[in-house]
Design a protein around this ligand. Structure first.
Ligand code: ADP
Ligand code: MG
Length: 367
């Protein structure tokens, strides 16, 4: 079923609704077979960009190419893309098989070939033998699989998905994320995937494009977004970071005192700088701690049990707050002192991240 992926070339795409800039001059290239996520908070323009790619929304400016084809003014049914939405958009009065076969009708494939195609598409999503079922007889996860099968039945080289898992509960959602990854590898199509959930984006994507207020902020691999964010917006959005304003550029002194940074070059040129401290990068000091590490002492203000790990909040000089994560196994738990105690944590210079403050973000955001 592998027909390869389509490349997608978005050039200076904008969409304005009167004064609202839903999408503002976005340029982005997606490689064949890439899994690219569009990630951003609600209202950042994700659905608008996906709609422009699918042909449901006409851009105010800019152009879209799929491979060599300029599709900017092509209607949706001539773009050869599979589309999956959050709310499934299945036809409730049709059976599973009829729903999945629906795109074949529009494509005028001879009816004799339908059952075989439907069987193949349902097998891809683990729903063999479900052809005759009614949509109302299915669970949420099964409905989403039917929507996937319908999007894949004509073997599109590009699949667009808009928050397809957000209606599912956490466990099912996480299982489906892994399934989608595997499915992507098998079919080899290019996938552009909209989500507001950063963990979901990191889990599934080759690259993630971060949108804020209709603009592209950073496009990168998950590890790079996490460890090399371009500004404090990305640093605050990806992972679990405490953001501390940096007082002096030369020594990178923050509320907690001078900090040894990774390299001098790590300090970007900017009026206002922020130190982003990821909660998993802070370790409780012990005999094995590297002497080169930064040491930060504060008062434990809260301990939040979250199952596989705990989040420990630390109040440091100047009223700033850091949080660290400890795994919830016996040895790690022994290291956490009770609320109200002093605690020294360490931050390796290689784990320090200093970024320019993003415009329009408060300098002292709560962690
Ligand atoms: P997201 O999918 O990231 O939540 P959208 O792309 O749906 O964001 O919307 C981006 C911005 O454009 C929002 O501010 C939204 O209110 C606005 N917007 C979207 N569609 C319309 C429309 N048809 N008319 C006016 N404003 C719109
Ligand atoms: Mg949306």
């Amino acid at each position: 079923m592998d027909k390869g992926g389509e490349s997608v070339d978005i050039r200076s795409a904008s969409k304005h609704y009167d004064a609202v800039r839903a999408l503002d001059d976005v340029t982005l290239n997606v490689a064949p077979r890439e899994f690219l996520s569009l990630l951003g908070p609600s209202g950042s323009g994700k659905t608008t960009l996906l709609g422009i790619l699918g042909g449901f929304i006409q851009p105010s400016a800019g152009s879209i190419r799929f491979g060599e084809r300029d599709v900017t003014f092509l209607p949706p049914h001539k773009r050869d893309v599979g589309v999956v939405f959050q709310n499934y958009a299945l036809f409730p009065h049709m059976s599973v098989g009829e729903n999945v076969a629906f795109p074949l009708r529009a494509r005028r494939l001879a009816k004799a070939h339908w059952p075989e195609k439907v069987r193949g598409a349902l097998a891809m999503v683990g729903l063999e033998g479900y052809e005759g079922r009614g949509i109302s007889q299915l669970s949420g996860g099964q409905r989403q699989r039917v929507a996937l099968a319908r999007a894949m039945i004509f073997e599109p080289r590009l699949i667009l998905m808009d928050e397809p898992l957000s209606a599912l509960d956490k466990q099912l959602r996480e299982a489906m994320q892994i399934e989608l990854r595997e499915l992507h590898r098998r079919i080899g199509a290019t996938i552009i995937y909209v989500t507001h959930d950063q963990r979901e984006a990191l889990t599934m994507s080759d690259r993630v494009a971060i949108l804020r207020d209709g603009r592209l902020v950073q496009v990168d691999q998950p590890e790079r977004l996490h460890d090399r964010p371009v500004d404090s917006f990305v640093a605050g959005f990806i992972g679990e970071a405490s953001l501390l304003p940096v007082r002096q550029l030369d020594s990178a002194s923050v509320a907690l005192g001078p900090i040894i940074l990774r390299t001098a070059r790590a300090i970007p040129q900017s009026e206002a700088l922020v130190l982003a401290v990821h909660s998993e990068k802070l370790l409780i000091e012990d005999d094995t701690t590297d002497v080169a590490c930064n040491r930060i002492t504060g008062k434990v203000s809260d301990i939040v049990y979250q199952g596989e790990s705990l989040r420990v909040f630390l109040e440091i000089a100047g009223g700033a707050r850091l949080s660290l994560r400890q795994p919830s196994h016996y040895a790690a738990l022994q290291k956490i002192p009770p609320v109200g105690s002093d605690l020294t944590v360490t931050l390796h210079p290689e784990d320090t991240i200093v970024v320019p403050e993003a415009a329009g973000l408060s300098r002292s955001r709560p962690s």
